[in-house]
Design a protein around this ligand. Structure first.
Ligand SMILES: *Cc1c(COP(=O)(O)O)cnc(C)c1O
Length: 468
């Protein structure tokens, strides 16, 4: 039986070329579900090519997330493509690896009993934060009910938090008392926390590596102030630390900084494995100080997968590869390896801060000092506009033409007037890449001086950069 071939199709069969195939000589479906099947090679090429437009993630200096992994991680991810984190009975060794990671993190964060702590992996810090927040809410409610007091107006106190805490507050009906910024104070301090605490406070959430400026909030000072408050009033307010970035940095680079379970008031900590934990995208962690800090009512026992397994998570099915890659990193790097990698990042961040400061129009707000924050830097314009009338939004846009993503954004309340620009230095943002970026910033500033901006960009036009 001969099928009808057009001349073009016949030619393609002989040529066997992807781009001149009949599949790819027309626009691919974008709305309607495709009718027919296509050659996998052709579709692969088309999809891969479309991904080029995402830009080069290594030049994305906006993200905190890992954009470089070694070949061993690639291989482990590929080996674990079928592993479902929730099927703890079917994949007992993956479950065992998750448990080991929890103990190791508890140890890294100076838990009094790393073997006995409870914790779990999550999709990222957002889910981990929800679980930490829920535990605080449940603990507070149990205490109120036991005392015969109303438990319908919970509140939580924080500084300038990542959006996941706004979600937590709204989804789970908790009043968020976010401390407004004031002048040069761009993070929380103990005095502002104490002003907002009351009997309905489920907890205080300091961030170790604030999203906007990358600074560490003063966990110990806040904890000390709450100790004093308890002595005076009897109010016992727990702390959950959002260590999305910092919990994988401070233990290696500033081990003397007390922010973790060394402070008895710190009841739980969340972190993102896929940020400075150096794992591929899709893993976070939450660990409780002691088993009693996680209310039993939040734990579900699932038996229909074949075993009796306690789970505490918002998700059900979830890939296991990221957890396996995390464990690989712990074994591969140890404290020593993490310290080396992160120290290199801090040095590059400090170098960038020094050189960007030297260009002239910028004032560095955070310079990548490892005692004060994460390997990153941020700055503002000294004047409202630079020579040539540009704003940081224009500069961000100009740098995009060379592939760099260096976001500019305004601060939260009460400093919405302050516009800053930020660079995250992650594994793989090398010293040499930093030098190339500095040249491009200098060239951009010169460009604006020669080609003045007639209409500076507005925040809305510049929107689209992520702040994660
Ligand atoms: C990134 C980040 C989050 C959210 O973490 P994901 O892992 O992206 O879900 C929460 N808090 C802080 C401080 C962060 O930096």
């Amino acid at each position: 039986m001969t099928s009808h071939h057009s001349g073009r199709e016949l030619r393609n069969e002989i040529l066997d070329d992807v781009y001149s195939s009949s599949d790819l000589l027309k626009q691919l479906p974008k709305v309607h579900f495709p009718k027919a099947e296509r050659d996998p090679r052709h579709v692969f090429a088309a999809v891969r090519d479309e991904l080029m437009l995402d830009g080069n993630s290594r030049q994305n200096l906006a993200t905190f997330c890992q954009t470089w992994v070694d070949d061993e991680i690639q291989n482990l991810m590929s080996l674990s493509i079928d592993k479902n984190m929730i099927d703890k009975d079917e994949y007992p060794q993956t479950a065992e690896i998750e448990a080991r990671c929890v103990h190791m993190l508890a140890d890294l964060w100076n838990s009094p009993d790393p073997q006995g702590t409870l914790g779990c992996s999550t999709v990222g810090s957002s889910e981990a934060a929800m679980l930490g927040g829920l535990a605080l809410k449940w603990q507070w409610r149990a205490k109120r009910k036991a005392a015969g007091l109303p438990a319908d107006k919970p509140n939580m106190i924080c500084g300038p938090v990542q959006i996941c805490w706004h979600k937590f507050a709204r989804y789970f009906d908790v009043e968020l008392r976010e401390i407004p910024l004031e002048g040069d104070r761009l993070i929380m301090n103990p005095e502002e926390v104490l002003k907002r605490v009351d009997e309905n406070t489920i907890g205080v959430v300091p961030t170790l590596g604030v999203t906007f400026t990358c600074q560490y909030e003063p966990v110990k000072a806040v904890s000390d102030a709450l100790d004093e408050l308890q002595r005076e009033t009897g109010l016992d307010i727990p702390i959950h630390v959002d260590g999305a970035s910092g919990a994988f940095l401070a233990p290696f680079c500033v081990p003397a900084l007390e922010w973790d379970f060394r402070l008895p008031r710190v009841k739980s900590i969340n972190t993102s494995g896929h940020k400075f934990g150096l794992a591929p995208l899709g893993v976070g962690w939450v660990v409780w100080r002691e088993a009693d800090d996680l209310p039993k009512e939040l734990i579900f026992d699932v038996n229909y997968l074949g075993g009796d397994m306690p789970t505490f998570a918002l998700n059900f099915s979830r890939p296991g590869g990221q957890v396996i890659a995390q464990y690989y990193n712990f074994l591969r790097l140890g404290r020593e390896g993490y310290r080396k990698i992160h120290t290199a990042c801090y040095e590059t961040a400090q170098f960038l801060a020094k050189e960007i400061g030297k260009i002239g129009p910028f004032e560095i707000l955070f310079d990548g000092d490892s005692r004060d924050g994460i390997p990153a830097l941020c700055w503002k314009l000294k004047e409202e506009q630079g020579i040539g009338g540009y704003t940081l939004y224009d500069l961000a846009d100009r740098l995009r033409s060379r592939g760099w993503q260096v976001p500019a954004y305004s601060m939260p309340a009460d400093r919405q007037d302050l516009v800053i620009q930020r660079i995250l230095v992650r594994h793989g943002v090398s010293y040499d890449l930093a030098c190339l970026l500095i040249d491009d910033i200098r060239r951009s500033v010169e460009f604006f001086a020669q080609h003045p901006v007639t209409l500076p960009m507005t925040p809305d036009e510049a929107a689209g950069f992520n702040h994660n």
